[in-house]
Design a protein around this ligand. Structure first.
Ligand code: MTE
Length: 335
């Protein structure tokens, strides 16, 4: 399975627009600035153990990852300005307005952090994020993020392949799905305390994938973005990134991953099953019952939110990597 796919996001630099490259470089350089990286972390001392466990500065560990795989984006996309990607968020645990998460997550402390991988596995594990940072090969991947609300961004994530993490627990042959769960901590997450603030969701936020989707090389666990550790509002310290699916599948601040033999319940599907399916693959031909999915607003340099309206692509442009997962499936039914 691994060797079958060409890593198509690894395009030569010559294929990338000068603007995208320039911005990527500028962001990487910015990300290495000790002050820049430290400003997003609880404290420098804690940050060092958060990002690697050894004596190396977190920014240096990220730099090592970026040097190894300085990967330009797929499709000649220009990066979304960092300031927008970290201030226009969906993270209902901190409120439902786009600017709520950045405001209401200031006190959120993701350090120390541990999470469990269990269920139908040979070797259940509880992992400290330090252990994970020490074990996993970090890399940067520039991916599109398409929200079901018809806006999109292009974000340089830092993290590691989800399948590399999942292989550590040796899934049993009976495992068919992987379930994910966000932290439940109403003291730190005001949306979990009040149904009004949290949009009526029954927390914790949960998500799920079929096993083959989880093992697809595109499935990514992010621990950073723009060359820095993840800000709280973007899902610190550890979140999923699934570029061919609507953004709500990319669950944030993960504390549990569980292998199961039945399709796990997912938050938005529970809330409104006729609007949000389990699969949630980006599909311009299957509209949301209340709006079209044929196009999207790309959040860019222009104006407050960005002006450019572009056509939405099937699987968000990642069809070559993932279309085979859904062969012979009726995607209007399994939306
Ligand atoms: N994860 C949790 N736990 N809670 C949420 O409300 N929102 C989802 C997803 N992950 C959400 C979540 C939605 S709808 C989107 S579009 C993306 O996060 C947004 O990610 P971003 O804020 O980093 O752009």
């Amino acid at each position: 399975m691994w060797l079958k796919f060409k890593r198509d996001w690894e395009e030569p630099e010559s294929a990338v627009t000068p603007e995208a490259l320039f911005k990527q470089r500028r962001n990487i350089i910015k990300g290495f600035g000790v002050a820049g990286a430290a400003s997003l972390l609880p404290a420098t001392g804690q940050a060092a153990s958060w990002f690697g466990g050894d004596d190396e500065e977190p920014a240096a560990i990220v730099r090592r990852a970026l040097n190894k795989t300085d990967i330009p984006p797929l499709h000649n996309d220009a990066l979304t300005p960092e300031a927008k990607a970290i201030s226009h968020n969906n993270f209902y645990e901190f409120g439902t307005a786009k600017d709520d998460p950045v405001k209401n997550s200031r006190q959120f402390n993701p350090n120390p952090w541990s999470f469990t991988i269990d269920g139908l596995v040979e070797k259940p594990l509880t992992l400290d994020l330090d252990d994970v940072m020490a074990k996993m090969a970090l890399e940067q991947r520039i991916y599109r993020l398409r929200c079901v609300e018809a806006w999109s961004m292009v974000i340089p994530w830092v993290g590691f392949s989800l399948s590399d993490l999942l292989k550590q627990v040796k899934p049993l042959s009976s495992a068919r799905y992987v379930a994910f769960e966000t932290l439940y901590d109403p003291e730190q997450m005001p949306g979990q305390k009040s149904r009004f603030v949290g949009g009526g969701i029954n927390y914790p936020y949960v998500e799920g994938l079929r096993l083959d989707e989880a093992m697809n090389p595109l499935s990514f666990m992010a621990v950073g973005m723009y060359g820095k550790t993840l800000p709280a509002q973007n899902g610190a310290p550890l979140r999923l990134v699934l570029p061919w699916k609507y953004g709500f599948k990319s669950i944030k601040s993960i504390v549990r991953i569980r292998f199961t033999d039945v399709e796990p319940p997912t938050t938005w599907n529970i809330l409104s099953p006729h609007e949000y399916g389990f699969y949630a693959n980006v599909n311009p031909k299957v509209d949301h019952p209340r709006w079209s999915q044929a196009s999207e607003r790309r959040i860019d340099d222009a104006g407050l939110l960005g002006r450019k309206r572009i056509d939405t692509e099937m699987f968000n442009g990642y069809g070559e990597q993932v279309a085979h997962l859904y062969k012979n499936m009726d995607l209007t039914r399994y939306f």
